[in-house]
Write a protein that binds this ligand. Structure first.
Ligand SMILES: CC(C)(COP(=O)(O)OP(=O)(O)OC[C@H]1O[C@@H](n2cnc3c(N)ncnc32)[C@H](O)[C@@H]1OP(=O)(O)O)[C@@H](O)C(=O)NCCC(=O)NCCS
Length: 156
């Protein structure tokens, strides 16, 4: 077992989550052969979401995913930094977009991810301007709390 931090995430059925769930189910064929006599089907993730025990409604049901790092479909931008004399001139945006284009060469990457220290409100505003959204995860680092923000990787 790796010592990567693990996170339980309530899945909402978004496309990237469904693709990840389908990939996990397809990677566990022994279970499906045992349980149904068949391999996992092409819509197994969909079925996992839609199946309901008798008398239950969707409000009664949760689908969770266990996430750990490294994951294969996310690229983490560790630190984007400009000398202070060059900040607030549009260069950070250009820098981030070039980094995103460079990351887009890796076909497996679906999501860009960053961690921003809670007190760094300027950087949070910057990343929001670039389309990153808080995931709600807060990493309790040694000195500061770190807010996680993500954005889908755009490909031309
Ligand atoms: C964060 C950083 C890379 C941003 O680069 P930058 O060149 O200053 O930002 P840009 O000028 O390209 O700004 C892009 C947009 O973000 C906004 N923005 C940038 N810094 C901001 C701040 N401190 N407060 C509010 N908005 C900010 C800009 O107003 C701009 O919005 P607009 O396009 O609507 O005008 C740079 O300020 C930096 O190196 N900071 C120190 C290191 C750091 O905190 N890195 C991030 C760690 S997660």
């Amino acid at each position: 077992m790796s010592d990567a931090p693990l996170t339980l995430r309530l899945l909402s059925g978004k496309a990237d989550e469904m693709a990840a769930l389908q990939a996990v189910l397809e990677a566990a064929p022994t279970y499906f052969h045992t349980a149904t006599g068949l391999p996992p089907g092409p819509a197994e993730a969909q079925s996992t979401f839609t199946a309901l025990p008798a008398g239950k409604i969707y409000d009664d049901k949760r689908v969770w995913g266990l996430y750990g790092y490294p994951v294969h479909d996310k690229a983490v931008i560790g630190l984007l930094l400009l000398a202070e004399a060059w900040q607030r001139r549009g260069i950070g945006r250009a820098f981030a977009l070039l980094v995103e284009q460079a990351i887009a060469v890796w076909p497996e990457i679906v999501t860009l991810r960053i961690g921003v220290v809670e007190q760094n409100v300027g950087a949070q505003a910057f990343w929001r301007k670039l389309g990153y959204v808080e995931t709600g995860e807060v990493k309790h680092a040694e000195v500061r709390d770190v807010f996680v923000m993500e954005k889908p990787l755009a490909r031309n």
